[in-house]
Design a binder for this molecule. Structure first.
Ligand SMILES: [Zn+2]
Length: 215
């Protein structure tokens, strides 16, 4: 006898092992809400008993994470609430000003080499540099020189073309050359595609995968 099994729906939250050591025991660190999406829900962060890493657990499962990046996500939000727009914009500007007030109490680092310098000083496996090819290009940096200097301190890379911050191919960057430089630097981690799409996402993802495969 054969029985057709429907796939069980993925849980919204899933318990995970520590990213650092695989440990399963942790103590509560903080419970917090997500102010970027305004989605209801309280999320818990724990600190691993074995290695001290603090991370979200349980986390939102991969199947459900996209629910948080809809049009209500603050970076995607289009205000089209008629007469309420003004009030919304005023509130958001106040929030931005308050955040700027906090951030301006600290030193702002706008060169890759400065971030690399700090990360080397911290010298922790949990602290690295997010290298954003778009920002680096806009700042006029020499990408090859920055990647060579940074070495393995870079833990994550994001990209968009410049100018315009669209998908690769919409600006002036030479993507085969840039991704060859990235690969040559030894980086083999994930690349985040962080751009304002001007074509179907499937197309731009296919393009960047092809270029990356040949780099
Ligand atoms: Zn751990």
């Amino acid at each position: 006898m054969s029985v057709a099994l429907a796939a069980a729906p993925a849980p919204f939250l899933e318990e995970i092992a520590c990213y650092g050591c695989g440990g399963r025991r942790g103590r509560p660190f903080i419970q917090a809400q997500d102010d970027l999406t305004g989605k209801p829900g309280t999320f818990q962060f724990v600190t691993c008993d074995a290695c001290g890493l603090t991370y979200q657990n349980p986390r939102v499962s991969l199947e459900h994470i996209k629910d948080f990046y809809d049009e209500e996500y603050i970076a995607h939000r289009k205000t089209n609430w008629g007469i309420l727009n003004q009030a919304f914009d005023r509130a958001m500007n106040q929030l931005d000003a308050a955040k700027d007030g906090l951030v301006s109490r600290y030193v702002s680092l706008d060169r890759t080499s400065e971030a690399v310098y700090v990360a080397r000083g911290v010298d922790s496996p949990y602290f690295g540099v997010l290298y954003d090819i778009y920002h680096s290009a806009v700042e006029g940096e020499d990408i090859e020189a920055e990647l060579t200097n940074a070495g393995s301190i870079i833990k994550y890379v994001q990209l968009a073309d410049a100018p315009g911050r669209g998908e690769p191919g919409t600006g002036d960057l030479d993507w085969p050359a840039t991704l060859a430089v990235l690969r040559g630097s030894g980086y083999d981690g994930p690349i985040g595609l962080e751009y304002y799409p001007q074509a179907a996402s499937e197309e731009s993802v296919r393009y960047i995968r092809d270029v990356a495969a040949q780099a």
